[in-house]
Ligand binder design. Sequence first.
Ligand code: FE2
Length: 427
Amino acid sequence: MLVTNARLAGRDGLHDIEIDGDRFGRVAPAGELAGDVLADAAGGLVSPPFVEPHVHLDTTLTAGEPRWNASGSLWEGIAVWSERKTALTRDDVVSRATEVLRWYAANGVLHVRSHVDVTDPELVALDAMVEVRERVKDVIGLQLVAFPQEGICSFENGPELLEEAARRGADVIGAIPHFEDTREDGVRSLEIAFDIAQRYGLLLDAHCDEIDDEQSRFVEVLATLARRGGLRDRATASHTTAMGSYNGAYSYKLQRILARSGINLVCNPLANLCLQGRFDAYPKRRGLTQVKEMLAAGVNIAFGHDDVMDPWFPLGTASSLQVALVGVAAAQLTGAAEIDEAFAMVTDRAARVLGLGDGYGIAPGRPANLVVLPASSPYDAVRRQTRPSHVVARGRIVAETPPAVTRLTWPGRDPEDVDFVRARDRR
Ligand code: FE2
């Protein structure tokens, strides 16, 4: 089978892509390969699928249950979730998570890392999500993070629950050091998380410094543990919003520590633009990772959605392009190359966070996963928010979106279609 007339990043002209079963075959200039056409990209951008590096699927679609987060703060969100959690059942988690994974697939997001709250003596959500991971594996590769929402040291049996989650099938060990009761508990919680990750051969991804407190500096601890213990790029610090409050001298020191450690960062612009700065009068802080500076320092960063309709963020359609667009505005990535970089932060860079390696990318022998975007470039796809015309998972088309057409009737002109492309960019 072939995906024909594809525009590929880094290659001139159009290409055809061979798909042999569930794997990619050769890639050659358009017209050189023989085979049946699976999808005609018609000159559109063909990309490896979008990758969601950070979402909470156990809390998704619960916005307003049992009440809305009135203050909009992270802390009230945790309190609302703590109330909702008492009503959690396996079926409840499976149906909400599955619905949002369907949205992800429709948007061309075929790899997802989901945090799952394990501060629950029964681990109801984790068991349910392990089941979901198995059910969706032919379409979406799902990684599960054992996420101690209410702390490791500050929650009863926190360390035991985290290790039990590792035994029950978590792929990644989480932590939340800034939420622990003391600075010392925060450091200890990271040591416990690293110890479990290393003993079970798992990755690590901690919610780290998600607070507007310039004294919250656990990312330096996480990076140092990752470097000294050898986990390096298998470790990730998510959120790191306190970076939006660090002074210049400390930021400079931190760039060196993070770059040397090889860890990844995940910035979640949709949720954190809303959650942070809630205790500020004006000037009100943005409360985000130092994206531009850390990219320049050579640190791998991805953009994540974090929440789709839950106590922390009431909006969202599980679209990585929406995350990238907001990320451009939030992190001021407005140069043309920076907008392409924002696209990489929801594709290639996010794939590095998940450690996908040879399991990701359009190259012979790799899993045949791709999206066809009716766009001329990553920049164009981010700007016009083009939904994929085709989503191919494991060599099969799993989603198709006909092009949206808007017909405009304008004084003095015949009715015509508007596609929001400026004339000088039209091919
Ligand atoms: Fe999160």
